[in-house]
Design a protein around this ligand. Structure first.
Ligand SMILES: [Zn+2]
Length: 145
């Protein structure tokens, strides 16, 4: 869902104003999401007039800030834990190469690793691009990513 919003942010015009319904339709989210964003700090043009109108550039800035807050950079062998909301290592005995093995051309393929969070026990997934040779030889390791 986050990726979908990320690509749709570009559809918002800076100098246009939008109602909650228009924003929800444009971004492909429920209108309740716009209300949640308003409660979390998305400022309408005028708080007193309803329905609220949101300026395009304010919405763009808010959503970019929201996305930045939800992201973190991963080190070698780390996963993003959705429960801890940070980079975590998996229990080493549980890290395994997942079922996703899709060739993307140029001798590379997408693989997924699965694991279990060392802190909270939540299921973890991580996708990476590796060369096909490494993958068939079994040399593709999480540490190389
Ligand atoms: Zn965790």
């Amino acid at each position: 869902m986050r990726r979908r919003i990320a690509t749709r942010i570009r559809l918002i015009r800076r100098h246009r104003s939008y109602t909650s319904q228009e924003l929800a339709k444009l971004l492909g989210v429920h209108s309740r999401s716009i209300q949640v964003w308003h409660a979390a700090g998305l400022q309408p043009i005028d708080e007193r007039s309803k329905p609220y109108l949101f300026k395009g550039e304010v919405v763009k800035a808010f959503l970019r800030k929201l996305r930045k807050k939800c992201s973190c950079s991963l080190g070698p062998g780390q996963f993003y834990c959705p429960r801890c909301k940070s980079a975590r290592f998996s229990r080493p005995e549980i890290v395994s190469l997942g079922p996703t093995k899709r060739e993307i051309g140029g001798g590379k393929m997408i693989v997924s690793w699965t694991g279990i969070c060392i802190v909270c026990g939540c299921k973890l997934n991580r996708f990476a691009v590796v060369s096909c040779e490494d993958c068939t030889d079994g040399k593709a390791t999480m540490e190389g990513q």
